[in-house]
Every structure is written in C-alpha cells, then in structure tokens.
Design a protein around this ligand. Structure first.
Ligand code: DGY
Length: 444
C-alpha cells in the first residue's frame, strides 16, 4: 500500500516548478489546488493554504549510496550538508532545504556489509606500492596533502568525519606514518597494532592525546606543530577576553532576537578590559603572545609559570594563589598533563574575584567544568570565555544555558593561513622521519 504524505503550501506554483522540474518527480494527480507527486511507492501531496507548513521533513529514499551521491550533485545549490553515513540510523544521507524552507532528506538504508566496511572512509589518494604509507585521519589543507602525496601513498579519511579508535586501529597496520588530530586517541591499545609505524605527526601543538611513553618505548617518533599557531591562538584568546568582558555574544543574541528597543543606560553592562590586571597561567609561547597584546590595553600583567623566565616585556611572576586572587582576567596556557587536570577547581575558583573572567584556550580538562558551572551560575565569577571543554565535543547543558559564558568550538588555530602552516609543518615532520632527516618539531 502506498502512503500519501500531505503538506500545506502557500505557493503551489513554486512547489510545482521545484518538484516537477528541478527534482524531476512525476505528477501523479493534479487537482488544481492539490498536487500529488509520485516517488517510488510513496506519494507526496501539496495543498495550497494561506500559510505554508514549514515543519517536518520530506524524505527521499534511494536504493544505494551512489544514487544518494547523484542526488547530492544534482542539488548542490540547496544541499545544507554533505552526504554522510549515520551509524545510529544505519543510513547514508544528506540534507537540503527547499525554496519554502522545508527540510528535505535524501537517504538510502545501509546494508549490513556496508556498515561493517567502515574502513571505506579511508581511501588511497595516490596508489603507489613503492612509497611508504601514511594514514591521514581527517582531511587537512590541500597544500599539506599535496606535499604528503609526493613522498607517501596517502590513505586518507575522505568522508572527513571523526574516526573511531577501532577504525584507526583497523587501518594502522602496515602504515609507516600517522598524521592525526588532537581528538584522535593514540593510546597503547592502538599502538600495539602499529607494526611498521615510524612516526606519529600530530596536527596540533598539544599532544595529550598520545601515549608518548609507549610510543617512545616502541621507537616511534612523535612530532607536533609548535610556533606556527602561537599568534593566531593568542588572537582568539583576546577575542574571548573582549567578548566575555563586554557581553558581545549575549548582546548579539539580543539584537538578532529583536529585543533591541533602543539605547538603555543599564543594558548589558560589562567589565572594562583596559588598565585591568591580566593573569597568565603558563607563560610559554602562547601565554607570552597573549600577554604582549595586553600592553596595548595598558594592562598590568602577572603570571605563574613552572620555570623562571626572562621576558622582554613588563610582567610580574607571582605564586599560583596570588595569580588567582589578583587577576581580573585569568587566561590559561598550560598543557594538559596528569598534574594540570582540574588545576582550576572549586577551591581555585573560590579564590578568584567575583568580577573576574576566566579564559580557556588550552585544554578543557584543566578546568573542573562542574565547579565552573556552579561559580558562573552563582555569580561567583563574572564570566568565562571557553574554546575547549572537559569532555570535548560534549558540552554540559547547564553551561550552554548560561549567558555569562562565551563558548567557541575549539577554534584557537582556525585561520586559513595558520591551518595551512600547521599542515606544512605536520607534513614536514612525517616526511623527515621516514626519510631519515631531523624533524622540525620532534617531541620524542
Ligand atoms: C593545538 O594545536 O593544540 C590547538 O589546540 C589546536 O588549535
């Protein structure tokens, strides 16, 4: 039996034009104010009405992935996502938006064997059995991919979705090099399967995702991308400082939601940034770049760092407790290690001024998120600006619900130039190790 799914529409002519001419659906019945299209054994009905129904999703079901891909290329101009495999729903699908703003979904059901063959996400970009093999866990800027292809046979995740640990493990055997991301957990379990691996090149400066000791014990070199992202990450820390202090994102939401009714003396009052005290926890490359920018704002800079430093700009070294108590803005720039996990917890937040603003562009688990949510919701802290999260990419609902926090999706190094530079360096690291040269940025 075939079902007819009816939708009301404000513009039947537009629907006719779109579904008949653009999607090439056959008209099953045309009754003037009601038009029915045939789609396999399903029928889509449209009735004219005063107000268009924009709720709901119209689903087009195809027999195979290839047909979904064909549909995608036909509807590139209205597609809102790329085709992707959803293991949860066991479908391969993409989304689009029709001229009346309806959601369209184009999908096929995956067969059991297709689901098992997850490694299909990995394709060889340049088959060449004579070259060493490199596994690339996500697509990175093309300059780097081209550079890698000159030396390696590149096995790349062309679906450009996150790979599970099991998927990476299934691919790592026989590979000479791995170019991976900060979200890929390169632990002992995975490295046991790495029978030929000479180098792990992390596309990030942080490397808390890698079991460095085990890699070293297996003689695998580990490299990262320091330096090239310093200034870009410092810029983003400043974007968070400014946005959190002056309630920029909260204010933008107000404008977009039509709640701006004119200038008000008491509306959205923030904290000044200029001439306040900026505290830096971890005065490494990025910490220093953030601190240098503060001088332009006439700020007083204090910092706490494991090692003593000689700096070429004015900044006072203080103990950890003084840093917490005196900072108007506290910006975190330490690596994540077992010593720094939850280094900012309930007690530390309790020592901070209730007008203070906490900025984290380093690693999420440095801050105890539960304690942070508690401090922010009780106005024990004025605001926070976060680019990283304790259980990334999951963000607690309670944090999302707060107005006094600016939340970004780990964008520290996300400028075109910097991501390209990171690609160059990550590629150079992998190439150097397999060709017996000294790698530009080797950790072990
Ligand atoms: C890094 O490189 O560690 C950053 O977090 C990426 O932006």
């Amino acid at each position: 039996m075939s079902a007819i799914v009816f939708f009301e529409t404000a513009n039947l002519a537009l629907i006719r034009e779109f579904y008949q001419n653009k999607l090439a659906l056959d008209v099953f019945k045309d009754q003037g104010r009601c038009l029915i299209f045939e789609l396999g054994n399903m029928k889509l009905g449209f009735c004219s009405a005063d107000a268009a129904e924009t709720q709901g999703t119209i689903t087009f079901v195809y027999a195979s992935r290839e047909k979904v891909d064909e549909a995608y290329f036909r509807h590139l101009d209205i597609a809102t996502t790329k085709p992707e495999q959803s293991d949860f729903f066991k479908i391969y699908h993409f989304w689009a938006r029709d001229p009346e703003g309806r959601n369209l979904e184009f999908q096929c059901f995956l067969k059991a064997e297709e689901l098992e063959e997850k490694q299909k996400a990995i394709r060889i970009l340049n088959p060449d059995p004579d070259k060493p093999k490199l596994l690339l866990t996500r697509m990175i800027p093309d300059n780097a991919v081209q550079k890698l292809k000159r030396v390696f046979e590149v096995h790349a995740n062309i679906f450009d979705r996150n790979l599970s640990a099991a998927e990476i493990k299934a691919e790592i055997g026989g590979k000479d090099a791995l170019l991976c991301l900060l979200g890929d957990s390169i632990d002992k379990d995975l490295l046991v399967a790495a029978d030929k691996l000479q180098v792990i090149s992390n596309y990030a400066v942080g490397y808390n995702n890698i079991d460095i000791d085990y890699a070293q014990s297996k003689g695998i070199a580990v490299c990262n991308t320091p330096g090239v992202l310093t200034e870009t990450t410092a810029d983003l820390a400043w974007a968070l400082i400014m946005a959190a202090a002056r309630k920029v994102t909260e204010a933008e939401r107000l404008v977009r939601e039509g709640r701006f009714l004119g200038w008000e003396p008491l509306m959205l009052l923030g904290q000044d940034v200029h001439h306040r005290t900026l505290g830096i926890l971890g005065m490494g490359r990025i910490g220093q770049a953030v601190a240098r920018r503060a001088l332009g704002f006439g700020m007083n800079v204090i910092y706490h760092n494991r090692k003593e430093l000689e700096l070429d700009f004015p900044a006072e070294a203080v103990d950890f407790e003084t840093l917490l108590r005196e900072s108007d803005f506290l910006s975190l720039h330490i690596p994540l290690t077992s010593d720094t996990r939850h280094m900012i917890g309930k007690e530390e937040l309790g020592m901070m001024k209730d007008t203070a603003i906490l900025i984290n562009t380093a690693r999420g688990p440095i801050v105890d998120e539960t304690a942070l949510i508690d401090a922010l919701s009780r106005d024990r802290l004025f605001a926070a600006g976060f680019d990283v999260y304790e259980h990334e990419p999951d963000i607690p609902r309670e944090l999302l619900a707060l107005d006094n926090v600016v939340l970004l999706p780990h964008l520290g190094s996300a400028s075109l130039a910097t991501r390209a530079a990171m690609g160059e360096l990550a590629a150079a690291n992998a190439i150097a190790i397999v060709t017996g040269e000294e790698a530009p940025a080797r950790i072990v």
